[in-house]
Design a protein around this ligand. Structure first.
Ligand code: SF4
Ligand code: SF4
Length: 155
């Protein structure tokens, strides 16, 4: 089984609440707000109790990238060229804000390449994920119809 660990969004976290009390190892109780993955056993209790949705469980090993169809490669190229151009423009400007913009564009370009290899509409990952939502117990008012429609569209 692919083990997971917890990551906290510092932007969403309202600090000093439930995860600190439920974590069996104290991994969430850190000075710098970053969950200590060396102590995280991946139980998911912190993510379940967080009232802000600030904690996500992340796999140690990501699934293999899916083959990209031609249209996706073309769209990815366009976005990457645009990000590279913005990075170059920011690199030529003075100041810390420009430096932040330069770095941010580089990170977005890396994200585009990585993310476009996963949950593609035509990929098995998307279908498997949607099917798992139907197979597992879901809360009241879970939109089963919408999931079924999406699965039909992907068929
Ligand atoms: S997943 Fe479990 S061990 Fe890891 S930080 Fe959350 S509560 Fe602690
Ligand atoms: S439970 Fe959520 S909001 Fe509360 S401290 Fe933990 S991560 Fe932050």
């Amino acid at each position: 089984m692919n083990r997971k660990y917890a990551v906290r969004s510092v932007r969403l976290c309202t600090k000093d609440c439930l995860c600190l009390y439920v974590c069996p190892t104290g991994a969430t109780d850190t000075e710098n707000s970053v969950i200590d993955i060396s102590r995280c056993i991946g139980c998911g209790d912190c993510a379940d109790v967080c009232p802000s949705g600030a904690i996500s469980m992340v796999p140690f090993v990501y699934p293999e990238q899916q083959p990209k169809v031609e249209k996706v490669v073309a769209a990815m190229d366009t976005l990457l060229k645009s990000k590279a151009q913005q990075e170059r423009i920011a690199a030529a400007l003075p100041g810390r804000l420009a430096k932040a913009l330069e770095m941010s564009n580089r990170i977005m370009a890396e994200d585009i390449v990585r993310e476009s290899g996963y949950m593609l509409p035509q990929s098995g990952n998307s279908r498997a994920f949607l099917q798992s939502l139907l197979d597992e117990p879901q809360p009241h008012k879970f939109p089963r119809d919408a999931v079924e429609t999406l699965l039909e569209l992907l068929a």
